[in-house]
Design a binder for this molecule. Sequence first.
Ligand code: AMP
Length: 424
Amino acid sequence: MSFKQFNLHPQIEVGIQSLGYKMPTPIQLQSIPAILKGRDVMGLAQTGTGKTAAFVLPIMQRLLMSGPRKKTRALIVAPTRELAEQIHESIYELGRATKLKSIAVYGGVNKNPQIQKLRSGVEIIVSCPGRLVDLLEQRAADLSGIEVLVLDEADRMFDMGFLPDIRKITKQLPEKRQTLLFSATMPSDIRGLAREILHDPVTLRIGEDAPAATVSHALYPVEQHLKTTLLIKLLQQTNTDSVLVFTRTKHRTTKVARQMKTAGFAVTSLQGNLSQNQRQTALSGFRNGKYRIMIATDIAARGIDVNSISHVVNYDMPNTIEDYTHRIGRTGRADKTGNAFSFVTPQERDMAGAIEHILGEQIEQRTLQDFDYTLPAPTGNEGFRRSMSSFTRRKPPEQFRSATPQKEPASSRMVSRASGRRSR
Ligand code: AMP
């Protein structure tokens, strides 16, 4: 894998070689072809991943291959003057043989040299939002010919309160343009902005530590012994396609599957004790819609590739953030939106906090109306029956219903044994 595969202009190749880049980084591999095709991109990537060259190289290619020179055609907006300078320097280094010109525009320094350089004709502006708005108000910058807009470190710009300035800037840009948005985290405000300004974007994610931006997250605080009844009630109230439910242990996978079946849901399960045949049957039943719900452990569910999963439910919180990302990576695939619902006991709250940290935002907490959160932990078989009774009287929604609802087996003692204890 070399940069040759991108068929970049020979003058750009010179820059790549002079910087000693031998192989494209993962984000370059993913984003350069998409940007060259003219697609909008939403890139979840941190600084240090090679993200600057990932957008600078295809932008330079566009500027070299067609269109006028000495006209401003690309705008890169960055939160700080250090980042703006860094991007400007990368353009200089990578474009040293191209004669393309860029300018770094930021506040805290005299405007006049910036205005003069803009007048002399630059193809690329790298700017912090505030100073650019200032120059636009003075009519010292003309953005009417912009073909590509990059918002770099969008989450940081949002944190720094630049969103109104970004809106002012985007209003001055031609509607028809390519837009690339990069962010290390995807809080909901950034997702909102992305929906506003990106057109049919390709979403790229570098590293597994940040969950996909197409998934929305919700926390459901609940005591351990009420999780199954909450799951039943939640599924009765929610419009879903296929649902994948994660439990922490094999034992609990089997138990929850049995409880859901008893309540009349068409459910299957996947855990490490199944034979290859049983696993295949469970998977194909889930894939073809015979079962709309699958209960699984993390390990058993690795690699499940079912497109119609609209909801992932973390019946138990995962042990690591990586597991969370893997779990919810099963939904929100291929431009679809997905939902991740997490049931959180007070003991699981720390993991929820760690996930919020990675997401860069607090996750919405939800409670179900008409759900009795105060039901005590059952002491015998009776407990689960009692807490379920109000729900099982109601049928599950049509899509979840199994052909032949099953009676709760007499051997379902394990249902109530789980109360108050972690069963592994
Ligand atoms: P960035 O994430 O854009 O700030 O880049 C981080 C560092 O990686 C910078 O010093 C770049 O010059 C360097 N870099 C970017 N792409 C490559 C590559 N393909 N090979 C080697 N170094 C690279």
